[in-house]
Ligand binder design. Structure first.
Ligand code: PLP
Length: 428
């Protein structure tokens, strides 16, 4: 390693990195490869391999089971054979534009009942740029305090004022809109409100209907990130706005291809004039490569299936209903979910949570995500499950039985003893 010149008046930039790996990184030695960065192997489906054993996978957002659907795989493979992975080269604006990109945009816009849509090469950067492009320094952003990281990062780009409102709390939103309105009257700007259609950690739907009601009282525009709602909610699968009957009142609708569509990419949809503006102002799209053909053709195929195969969503909800009602009947706390996202809340420490998840994976063959403090309050363990159309009722039954068993062991102190022994062995 080449070290730069010593200067005792200042620090080496890397010093903090050597000292502190960050809130998640500090767990790396105990967690990496197992709790974080696990390697799930085999074809994406309800059952995959983890460290040489088959597990029922409840942690993959392949809601409609399209990831491995033979028709999808065929189109993906043919597109790759025809175009390779390069075409088209360059950003959409410069040289990366095709008829098929336009066709996909038109079909997406129609599907979500908006005048126009624009593709994004990744949802994360895309929504950041959308926020960035929609607001100027005089404008004010009001957003849910539990918003996804991509929204928070988008807000970070904003040079003007921003307010958070309490999670999904319309009263708190109203108070903040009052403050924002006063401020906007001074700055001469406007207001952007941002919510998620479905909050992906706990599964509640954003209170879109009540939020748009506030438009009668306040002057604001509304951006909704519907990553988890698109394809899973609403009569046609057009998402949380359709489900709540307020799609028209959402000014800018966003969804990613990374969940129901089981792919990569995303889109925004809005009035044509707004999309025409955004396509010339989204920095993450103007200065980055456009979606490759495999993703574009693949998305067209997936969208066609969303539209023409309602049984995919029906199969998904059959599993969601069985899992969520089974958990409730057995007395588990699944919080306030109103979507496919299925959280199970248990009480315990982080070491207990680690022992419990090991037990679930090793002895019961159940793989689900685990969320602990600081993402949720201290002393709570959140097991987050994502049902999909590929799961079976047998998967649900096995999982419910496994949950009964781990709850018994959590209650009788087995995990406390196991984690104490582990800590002692690690010399902590
Ligand atoms: C709520 C939400 N918004 C945005 C994104 C980012 O989308 P992408 O994976 O397409 O970057 C995600 C994650 O996929 C998400 O969960």
């Amino acid at each position: 390693m080449v070290k730069s010149a010593e200067n005792d008046k200042m620090k080496d930039l890397f010093e903090k990195i050597y000292r502190d790996k960050g809130p998640l990184g500090k767990w790396a030695s105990q967690a990496e490869g197992y709790f974080v960065f696990p390697k799930l192997e085999g074809q994406i489906s309800n059952r995959m391999m983890f460290q040489g054993k088959e597990v029922i996978t409840w942690s993959i957002n392949d809601y409609l089971g399209l990831a491995n659907h033979p028709e999808v795989r065929k189109v993906d493979a043919e597109a790759a054979a025809q175009y390779g992975s390069a075409y088209p080269m360059g950003a959409r604006m410069m040289s990366g534009h095709t008829d098929l990109h336009e066709q996909l945009q038109n079909e997406l816009a129609e599907f979500v009942s908006k005048e126009a849509a624009y593709l994004l090469n990744f949802g994360y950067q895309g929504i950041m740029s959308t926020i960035d492009a929609l607001v100027g320094k005089d404008d004010i952003i009001v957003y849910d305090v539990d918003a996804h990281a991509c929204i928070i990062d988008g807000v970070r780009l904003h040079m003007g004022k921003r307010f958070t409102y309490k999670h999904n709390d319309v009263e708190s939103l109203e108070k903040n809109l009052e403050r924002a309105t006063k401020m906007a009257e001074q700055t001469g700007g406007g207001i952007l409100v941002i919510s998620e259609g479905v909050f992906g950690m706990r599964g509640e739907q954003g209170r879109l209907k009540e939020i748009v009601e506030l438009k009668k009282k306040f002057n604001f525009r509304f951006l909704v990130d519907d990553a988890h709602g698109f394809g899973t909610l609403g009569a046609t699968g057009a998402g949380a706005g359709e489900e709540q009957g307020v799609q028209d009142e959402i000014d800018v609708y966003f969804a990613t291809f990374a969940k129901s569509m089981a792919s990569t990419g995303a889109f925004i949809a809005a009035d044509k004039e707004i999309i025409d503006y955004l396509k010339y102002n989204l920095r993450s799209q103007m200065f980055a490569k456009s979606l490759q053909m495999q993703l574009t053709l693949g998305a067209l195929k997936r969208l066609e299936m969303l539209r023409t195969m309602p049984e995919l969503k029906q199969n998904l909800w059959k599993i969601v209903d069985a899992l969520q009602s089974g958990l409730k009947e057995r007395g588990f706390d699944i919080g306030t979910t109103q979507s496919c996202v299925t959280p199970v809340y248990l009480k315990g420490s982080i070491p207990e949570a680690m022992a419990l998840v090991r037990d679930l994976r090793e002895n019961h063959g159940i793989f689900c995500s685990i969320v602990v403090y600081p993402v949720i309050p201290k002393g709570l363990i959140l097991l987050r499950m994502i049902p999909t159309a590929t799961h079976t009722l047998k998967d649900v039954e096995e999982t419910l039985d496994a949950f009964d068993a781990i709850r018994d062991r959590l209650d009788n102190g087995t995990y406390k003893r196991m984690s104490a022994a582990l800590m002692a062995a690690m010399g902590e």
